[in-house]
Design a protein. Sequence first.
Length: 236
Amino acid sequence: MDERPVEINLSGIVIIVGNYGSGKTEVSINLAVHRKRHGIDVRIADLDLVNPYFRTREAKDSLSKLGIDVVLPPQEYLQADLPILSPLVAGMIRRPSELTLLDVGGNDVGATVLATLEDVFQDKSVTMLQIVNPLRPFTDTVEGCLRIRGEIEKAAKLAVNGIIGNANLIDETSPDDISSGYEFVQTLSGESGLPLEFITVPRELLSAIDLNRFECPVLPIDRQLVPPWQKAKEFG
């Protein structure tokens, strides 16, 4: 099946949240590249203070080569798990680009850092999106997704405005996983009252899936956050 155009029109300040292992950073990176290639000025901030291994900063060089501004802590603090990004991010929020992405750590623990920016968010239009991988524990039921949403909202002092479906088993993902994952987030959208902004599909599976069956945009994923013995994929 031919790949259809991906129509994701997110702009302004967009915060990506979710549970541990939901794929927030991978989606944030690929979303930044997608919007940049559609002529949008993009900045992305690494606010993941929970996971010391898979963070936006790991893809900084690739993003910078595409003209995407990546906001990180000072060099001497790059490996620290401290809320030291807040001053830099505060300035980024006060002077946002066309798309300002904030990649936040997992669960309510990771979202706590957003509460430190409460004053900065005032009078700003902010979209906070919850990434859901229904193939992961705790988000394999609607009740689990809603519980995690509530915990994140309480910690962040912000409301979730939409859902991103990111059904995957990393290298073991199948077309059936994508289809069943889409049906799940469609149900979640209906029961939560939140719009389904888009779903993700590994680029190598696009040709095996009828994209026209999906009633939402599709973001192709070129996996960047890989173990040391693997090589990140080239952005398609």
